[in-house]
Write a protein that binds this ligand. Structure first.
Ligand SMILES: Cc1ncc(COP(=O)(O)O)c(C=O)c1O
Length: 294
């Protein structure tokens, strides 16, 4: 449900959602010409904010849009927005577009960017999803070749997510020319012979902040980690498969394309990494505390 009184940020002002207005000529609306970030916030503490702000800079550089703020200014704005929400676990959404101009593909000179931020209650995965894992479908990755940029042009991802929903699944896992890339809004990792295997960060996938966190945690708990290309056959016959994202954290895949995956239960390596992930969050969540993953 939309809350018209929710405080959002638009171009230098904190205001009610109902009062936040953008021109129909905004290049975000006309071309999807912009970038975004989603920063998880636990107990009002942003998690890995510097990593998200560094990736924001990378995305801005990739679309040749100047960063309107320093890292310090972003931190201040994000914390102020977080402080204005009545709930403590949040997901901050931040978007910058190339601003408002007469419609013309080429960049408009001298136009200020449009800067928008909102913060919603953190959409924790359901306890059932943590304990039993989730269903995914698979598809050929037909998106463009700059999936490393977090752009708001998300039609490819939108269509892939809908495909999952159409099949009562939570994600669509993507393969490009037989290679595992990622999913519509998460990264994908697998487990082979007790070690974690992850596809290398390149232009075909988003360099996930949670992907990095999961690999760091895996190493910290003593698991072997191998970053290398993964074929479809290898992924489909893996011992475990996980999704990672800022709002899903890590989730085990237990069904693929309508059939059970592995033994149909979250595996032991997932359980170890999920637990360690919960311990590293700035503030434990109720859902995590209640989930019986031991
Ligand atoms: C396409 C895609 N891949 C991966 C991710 C995971 O990235 P992160 O862990 O930084 O949220 C996302 C996040 O929304 C995404 O949209």
């Amino acid at each position: 449900m939309l809350n018209p009184d929710q405080i959002v940020y638009l171009n230098g002002e904190f205001l009610a959602l109902a009062d936040a207005r953008v021109s129909v000529l905004d290049r975000g609306f006309i071309y999807g010409d912009g970038v975004y970030e989603v920063i998880p916030v636990y107990g009002r503490q942003p998690f890995r904010m510097p990593h998200h702000l560094r990736r924001l800079q990378y995305s801005l550089d990739g679309i040749r849009l100047a960063n309107p703020h320093t890292e310090g200014e972003w931190e201040t704005l994000v914390r102020e927005l977080v402080g204005k929400q009545p709930f403590s676990d949040q997901a901050v959404y931040l978007q910058i577009t190339r601003g408002v101009a007469k419609r013309d593909h080429a960049f408009p000179p001298g136009v200020p960017p449009t800067i928008f931020m909102m913060s919603n209650p953190f959409p924790f995965p359901a306890r059932e999803q943590i304990e039993n894992g989730v269903a995914v479908v698979t598809a050929e990755d037909n998106r463009w070749h700059r999936c490393d940029l977090k752009t708001i042009s998300l039609l490819g991802n939108v269509l892939m997510r809908q495909l999952a929903v159409d099949h009562n699944a939570v994600e669509t896992v993507l393969f490009r020319d037989d290679r595992l890339t990622e999913a519509s809004a998460s990264n994908v990792l697998i487990v082979k012979h007790g070690g974690v295997v992850a596809p290398p960060k390149d232009h075909l996938m988003l360099p996930g902040i949670t992907y990095d966190a999961a690999l760091e945690i895996a190493r910290a708990v003593g698991l072997p980690v191998d970053v290398r290309p993964i074929t479809r056959r290898e992924a489909m016959s893996a011992d475990e498969m996980w999704l990672s994202s800022s709002t899903r954290e890590v989730l085990a895949v237990t069904r693929i394309d309508g059939a059970p995956f592995g033994d149909g239960k979250p595996g032991p390596v997932f359980r170890a990494v999920w637990k360690a992930f919960q311990e590293r969050k700035p503030h434990p969540s109720d859902v995590a505390a209640q989930a019986t993953i031991r």
